[in-house]
Design a protein around this ligand. Sequence first.
Ligand code: GDP
Length: 449
Amino acid sequence: PPIPYEETRRILEIHLKEIWYTLRSLEDHIPAQNFTQLQDIYRVLRSHVINLRANDGYELFRQKETTELANLVQGRIKLLQNPVNCDTARKAVCKLNKPCGFGCQIHHVGYCLIHAYATGRTLILETEFWKYDSAGWNHVFLPVSDTCTDSGKNQPQHADVIEIPYVDSITTLPNHLPVSIPADICRRLERVHGEPHIWWVGQFIRYLLRLQPSFQNEIKEYVEKLRFQSPTVGIHVRRTDKITYEASFHSLEEYMVHAREYFDIQEKVRGQIIRNVFIASDDPAVISEAKTNYSKPGWRILGSMEVARTAKSERYGLSGLIGVLKDVFVLAECDFLICTFSSQICRLAYELVQAKHADASGRFVSLDSIYYYGGGNSVIEVAVIAHTPRDPQEIELRLMDNIHVDGNHWNGMSKGMNLRTYKRGFYPSYKTRNLVQRVAFPKAKWWLG
Ligand code: GDP
C-alpha cells in the first residue's frame, strides 16, 4: 500500500481512540443520552476503520511483507548465533540470572541479544544457578546457539569476548538499544507496522522463547483445555508485590470496561459474538473474582487459579516458570490485551503479539504506562499539530518539536518535556506521534559474510 494511505489509516484509528479517551473523561459533564449517542457514533466509526482495512486489498501484502521481514530477522539471528567458526567468532557473554522476575530477566537477555546483533557478536548465555530452573535455560528453551556455546574466555588467544553489563549500570546507552530500530529495514518495517520498535523487540523475544518440545506440548495442552477461541481479549492483572512498591491498584472492573468496549466495536463489524476473556494474574483471587462476577450470558471467562497460585507460592521455581509461561503464551495468542505496561509480563506478551499478526499495533489498552523498554532509550514523540497552552499546566508545541514523554493520562492528555523549550507539562495526545528512532547498525553487517 502507498505509505500516505497506510499512515492515514493508522492515524485515523489513533485519533478515534483519542476521541474515546477524551469523551470518557467528560462522561460526568455530558447528559447521559448525549454521551451514549456520541459513544455509539465513535463505535460505528471504529467499525468503519476495521472494514476499511479488511477491504482495501492490501491485507495480503501486509501479511506477506511482515512474514518476509520476520523470516529475514530470524534468519539473521540464527546466522549470528551459529558462526562458521566458533573459536574465532567475536562473542558477548550475558548472565541470565539477573536478580529480578521472569519478564525482567527475559528483557535483560533480549537487550543482550540486540546488543550482540548490533555489534556483530555471538551471544553466549550463562545460565548457572538460574533461580527458575536449576537444570538451566536449555531444559525449557531451545539453546540460543546450536553450535557455539563456549565463551572461550579461558583461551586468551581468542580473547575478543566481552561481558555485557546490566543495562541499569551503563552510563552512556548505545543508541542501537530499544526503542530504536535498524535503519536497513526501517522503510519496509514502518510501511507495514504502526509500532515498529515493538515489533523489532518482539522478534528477539520470539527467538529466545522457543520452547523445548515437551514444554511446547504442555502449553498446547493447556490452551486446548481452556478451549481457547478467537476473538479473545487477554487481561493481565499484576497485583501482590508490584502494588506495594511499583504500581497502583486497579480494580478488575477498570479492565473490564475496556473489554466491553472492544467487543461492542467488534460486534458492529461481525454481528453477535461470544465474548471470550482470558485472565492472567499473579493473584488467584483475581481469577475467581472474574469468574464469579463476569460469567454472564454471552461471556466466557477463561483463566486458571491453579496457574495463578504458582505465581504466589512457587514463583521462583520450575512450576512458577511453567505457570508464567502458560499465562504469557496465552496472552500472546489473544486478539487484544488489557493490562498495565508497568509490568514486564504484560510488555512481554504484547511484544509476542506483534510477532503473531501483520501490523498488530494498537491491540492494547494500558491502564498506566505507555510502552517502553526498561533501561533502554527513552520514548520520544514528535509534534505533528501545533499547540498553544490553554492554562499554566500545559506546554506549547511547535511542529516537529520533540517531546520526552513522561506518560499518557489516557484522558486525551499526555505529560512530557518539550526538548526545545525544556518545559514540562500537559499537551493533547493527538497532537504528537511516536518518533521512530532509526539508527544505523554499522557493525551489524556480519550477515553479508
Ligand atoms: P513485573 O514485576 O510485573 O514488572 O515483572 P517481573 O518479570 O519483574 O516479575 C513478575 C513475576 O511475577 C513473574 O516472574 C511471575 O513469576 C509473576 N507473575 C506476574 N504476573 C503473572 C501472571 O499473570 N501469571 C503468573 N503465573 N505469574 C505472574
